[in-house]
Design a protein around this ligand. Structure first.
Ligand SMILES: Cc1cc2nc3c(=O)[nH]c(=O)nc-3n(C[C@H](O)[C@H](O)[C@H](O)COP(=O)(O)OP(=O)(O)OC[C@H]3O[C@@H](n4cnc5c(N)ncnc54)[C@H](O)[C@@H]3O)c2cc1C
Length: 590
């Protein structure tokens, strides 16, 4: 968080209502650059940095204004064209089109990990690099984050499981950065009967030659007018439950140019992500093509869901970072009772709470993205690590985003609640992260019952965290020992919860503990690495705060020893680096 007072802080033109307009979200975020330097090969980092710098400036300026406009001027569904033909279209505000143009056209975020050559890089990008772009873009606009991600996910599914003929036909459009050739993707799973309980879906698929016809309804369809949709349906005669659902690709347009046989019945009137069209769809014999093995539809789709859950974690982190920028800008500039808010004890405490959850999520996002990159490179250990990190990140980061965005809104006072500033939009958007791609309960159960209970993936997490501590020689031994003990306890508790169905109600607590302890280890490991790079070990202070405030039980009647805490707050909220020796002393004293 400290590092956020980087090179570029917000313009302070209006000290009564300080604003982030004009801030470069990349330059204002040296923690992001630090983590990228840790994870990416130097040549790749140097290649993307100017692009991140450009996106950071756009996200803090032009794109942010586009996001505000697109949120207020929501998409409109036209059931017919002006000649009375039943050709459906969705009309978007030009500001939304400008956002699309930046994300898909200029930066190609949707295609970075699939198509070579984006932004002049000869290879595909690791997911870690792609999500640096996701992170910056979503600080301005969260709604379009969904279409970017599902387009990426559709292409990935197609590349992994589609027939050569389907790939030949649809893969190029899904990964295009030429806006005239781009065909965005969608992912329609949820039906009225169940989003969580996908096995209850009733959409049926009837084979007709080498294609299928779909009948039924899809209840939540984001990017409703997507040109290429991946969906689940039950082939005639298939068994009930998730085993009986197949994965299908459904094009919006047929070969003769007419619209496929499905209708967008209406668009949802949503709390957040209002810029983006989510609709209800009635399938009336829509033409679709089977993707992969018919009886593996759910398992294949789960791959897309998992990469979406990671993306969701990153996007919620972006909302928190934006909330942090806003809160810090206000607190550093607005004067109340003769003091800057940031100089008042409760103001500092509020800032630390916002910043701590944000930095944890940033660290966990990169840890998870890196596990995905390594898993795709063939590492079985990384695949097991990814299995547990993905739902853990999705669970905690999306929930923290709700609170963090609410706290940042309050930091702005009354105008934080007014739609002219970003904070109200951030709060509305933040509430979606923990619903789609699996609600809080569903992802906590996935982490505990499946990742731990069925796959034993907690062993990979434990091994990884211990290895990180072994690899952090600069971190004081006593702190590493403390984190080792807590790692073992968090993993042990997760196993205990997973062992019995009777313990299911503890799944959320166990998942949170895994997240907090993993993030504390990760922050300590990063502190070691960053201290080596540029003599700054302040992330170790965050590691300490995670354990003190999010893991250890506190006596509500105990008065904290404030001097050390004040020094820690001053260091974290200031812009002075602090090396391992100084930080180590504080850790010991805290
Ligand atoms: C804006 C928006 C856009 C969306 N876009 C898409 C999209 O593009 N494609 C798509 O397929 N879906 C989409 N969804 C749907 C979303 O993924 C589902 O709403 C979500 O998965 C929850 O499903 P549900 O609404 O059926 O709720 P339910 O599954 O009925 O859940 C209701 C409650 O029951 C709880 N619950 C369920 N099972 C358990 C359990 N075993 N133990 C304890 N509690 C449980 C849940 O946590 C939740 O609190 C979107 C949703 C929204 C809000």
């Amino acid at each position: 968080m400290h590092q956020l007072l980087g090179e570029d802080t917000a313009p302070k033109a209006n000290l009564l209502a300080p604003d982030t307009s004009g801030m470069n979200f990349y330059r204002a975020d040296p923690a992001l650059a630090d983590l990228l330097r840790i994870y990416l090969p130097d040549a790749l980092f140097r290649h993307i940095e100017p692009h991140l710098d450009r996106l950071g400036a756009l996200a803090g300026g032009h794109l942010d204004e586009c996001a505000r406009l697109a949120d207020r001027h929501t998409p409109v569904l036209h059931p017919r064209d002006k000649f009375g033909r039943d050709t459906q279209t969705i009309e978007y505000h030009p500001a939304y089109r400008a956002l699309e143009n930046a994300a898909f056209g200029q930066f190609g975020i949707h295609a970075m990990s699939i198509r070579k050559g984006i932004l002049g890089w000869p290879d595909k990008y690791p997911v870690t690099a792609k999500h640096a772009f996701t992170f910056l873009f979503n600080q301005a606009e969260f709604g379009l984050g969904c279409p970017i991600n599902v387009t990426d996910g559709c292409a990935k599914l197609l590349a992994n499981f589609g027939s050569e003929a389907l790939k030949e036909r649809y893969l190029d459009g899904l990964t295009q950065t030429d806006m005239a050739k781009l065909t965005q993707g969608g992912q329609f799973m949820t039906e009225k009967e169940g989003g969580s309980d996908v096995g209850t879906l009733t959409t049926s698929a009837v084979q007709e030659g080498d294609c299928w016809r779909l009948y039924g309804e899809k209840w939540f369809c984001s990017n409703a007018d997507a040109k290429v949709v991946m969906l689940l349906a039950r082939p005639e005669g298939a068994p009930p439950g998730t085993r009986g659902v197949g994965l299908f690709l459904m094009p919006r347009f047929l070969d003769d140019g007419s619209q496929n046989h499905y209708r967008i019945v209406r668009l949802k009137d949503k709390l957040g992500t209002r810029s983006m069209a989510s609709g209800e769809i009635k399938l009336d014999g829509a033409i679709a093509y089977a993707v992969g093995k018919l009886d593996r539809g759910f398992v294949q789709m789960a791959e897309m869901v998992n990469s979406s859950r990671l993306s969701n974690g990153v996007k919620s982190t972006a909302l928190m970072r934006r909330a942090w920028h806003d809160a810090m800008t206000v607190a550093s500039n607005r004067v109340v009772f003769g003091s800057r808010i940031a100089d008042l004890p409760l103001g500092r405490r509020q800032l630390l709470k916002i910043g701590l959850a944000t930095e944890q999520a940033l660290s966990m996002s990169f840890m998870t993205a890196d596990a995905l990159d390594r898993a795709e490179g063939g590492s079985q250990d990384a695949a097991a690590l990814l299995r547990i990190l993905t739902p853990t990140l999705k669970f905690r980061a999306t929930r923290d985003a709700r609170k963090v965005c609410g706290d940042a809104l309050e930091m702005r006072g009354g105008i934080g609640y007014i739609e002219e500033f970003a904070t109200a939009r951030l709060l509305r958007d933040a509430h979606l992260g923990s619903i789609w791609e699996g609600t809080g309960n569903i992802v906590a159960l996935d982490a505990l019952k499946r990742a731990v209970g069925r796959h034993g993936a907690e062993a990979a997490l434990s091994a990884d965290l211990h290895a990180r501590l072994d690899d952090s020689a600069k971190v004081p031994q006593a702190w590493r020992d403390r984190l080792r003990g807590l790692t073992d306890r968090a993993v042990g508790f997760a196993r205990e919860v997973a062992a019995k169905t009777d313990n299911e109600a503890e799944a959320r607590r166990a998942t949170s503990l895994l997240y907090h302890v993993a993030s504390a280890v990760q922050l300590a490991w990063e502190a070691h690495r960053i201290d080596e790079m540029r003599g700054d070990a302040r992330r170790l202070l965050l590691s300490r705060l995670v354990i003190d405030h999010r893991v250890s039980p506190s006596d509500p009647f105990h008065l904290a020893e404030n001097r050390t805490q004040d020094t820690i707050a001053a260091l974290l909220l200031g812009d002075r680096a602090a090396g391992m020796a100084e930080v180590g002393e504080l850790i010991a004293a805290a």
